[in-house]
Design a protein around this ligand. Structure first.
Ligand code: NAP
Ligand code: F7E
Length: 347
């Protein structure tokens, strides 16, 4: 009998990669989709309309803020695995919608775990929670591991920390197989357009096609540990396949500034950026023709910021051989090629 998985957040970046991986493993996939006035299933249409997956891939309307809906779906689908990836996942937006973020990202996890408990599925269902490096905030440690203290500095980080702990609480109290994947930033051509990597890749491509004059960003000096979402989705699958539930960091162990990421994207189209000025007046200039290609905008700064994140994923490596296979340069290449291709088609 094929195993059955329920993925919340299936329409998102990670949900789409994870669905592909599970279907390849012959697991039947059910996904939770929010109703919206426009259909937003672009990332999974290739699966939904693929005849190969006709009786293996199903979508259901639902919402992490609707407990009754989650209970009835878990009852109806009767999954072996639940991957809880649904979240308001934008850190800056969480400062503008803190209550909603707490509801969807924090209480949403509780609703799912309660569904498992109320339906007496504590011995059947394995649960994966999408935890995040944002829970560490501005840690004093330069290399973060599973034992590093949590000090979140955003409503998003705090809501996710609640979910991290409630996942552990239900594991300890009710014996549910429930694991946290504590994932550092991971990107891809499927990344949402307002996250910095995708925003930069898109803007640089627009500049290449003369569709934009310059890119406007916020904090150039923030450092992130960026991997590829496909590698991390495979790690999620590996985490849920372990004999015993546990919490694992997935990260590359290398980090770069936003500034460096921008330089690398411009380098891909043969432009060398030199920096001039300070703070909000800083600009990135094309070394060859002195044109300003990068500006700094106040609106992209957050009320509070995580300055520097770098993770140690040796626990995952030791337990199940997980490796972030994609280098930052390969990630950028894939994102830039995809962006240039899309814009080239529109031209
Ligand atoms: P994403 O692209 O923003 O996708 C989020 C998904 O959650 C989308 O499918 C979205 O649906 C869904 N969603 C949001 N609010 C919902 C609600 N109230 N009810 C039901 N579904 C809802 O995020 P991602 O990058 O794939 O990340 C996946 C998960 O990992 C998230 O929980 C995120 O917080 C966490 N995480 C991400 C990273 C990273 O670097 N990507 C790192 C650590 C942890 P719509 O399509 O309708 O918006
Ligand atoms: O910002 C800086 C910004 O929004 C990265 C989510 O997936 O990863 C993600 O959260 C850095 C920050 O991702 C702009 O201030 C500068 O320091 O791409 P981001 P994030 O906040 O790290 C974690 C692990 C998650 O869990 C989240 O769900 O880049 N930055 N200028 C900018 N960021 C954005 N978005 N836009 C800018 O213009």
């Amino acid at each position: 009998m094929s195993k059955i998985a329920l993925i919340t957040g299936i329409t998102g970046q990670d949900g789409s990669y994870l669905a592909e991986i599970l279907l390849e493993k012959k697991i039947i996939v059910h996904g939770l989709v929010r109703r919206s006035s426009l259909i937003k299933t672009d990332r999974i249409d290739n699966l939904y309309y693929n005849p190969k997956y006709k009786s293996k891939f199903f979508l259901h309307y639902g919402d992490m803020t609707d407990g009754l809906n989650l209970v009835s779906l878990v009852k109806k689908i009767n999954p072996d695995y639940i991957f809880n990836l649904a979240a308001q996942s934008h850190v800056q937006v969480s400062f503008e919608t803190p209550e909603y973020t707490a509801n969807a990202d924090g209480l949403g996890t509780l609703r799912l775990l309660e569904a498992i408990r109320i339906l007496s599925k504590t011995k059947k269902i394995k649960f994966y929670q999408a935890s995040t490096s944002e829970m560490f905030g501005n840690s004093e440690k330069s290399l973060i591991n599973e034992n590093t203290k949590f000090e979140p500095v955003s409503p998003y980080g705090s809501a996710k920390l609640y979910s991290y702990w409630i996942t552990r609480n239900y594991r300890d109290a009710y014996g549910i197989y429930a694991s946290n994947g504590i994932l550092f930033n991971h990107e891809s051509p499927r990344r949402g357009e307002t996250f910095v990597t995708r925003k930069v890749a898109r803007a640089v491509s627009e500049i290449y096609f003369n569709k934009s004059k310059y890119l406007v960003v916020g904090n150039l000096n923030a450092k992130r540990d960026w991997g590829h979402a496909r590698d991390y989705a495979f790690g999620m699958y590996q985490i849920i396949c372990q004999k015993k539930p546990a919490d694992y960091i997935l990260s590359t162990g290398k980090n770069y500034t936003v500034r460096k990421f921008i330089e690398k994207c411009f380098k891909f189209i043969n432009i060398k950026i030199v920096w001039k000025g300070k703070g909000l007046k800083e600009v990135g200039i094309n070394k060859k023709n002195k044109k300003v290609l990068v500006k700094v905008g106040k609106r992209f700064f957050r009320p509070n910021e995580v300055h520097d994140l770098r993770g140690d994923s040796s626990k995952a490596k030791k337990a199940f051989g997980w490796n972030p296979n994609t280098s930052i340069d390969d990630l950028i290449k894939e994102m830039m090629v995809e962006e240039l291709k899309t814009l080239g088609r529109e031209n």
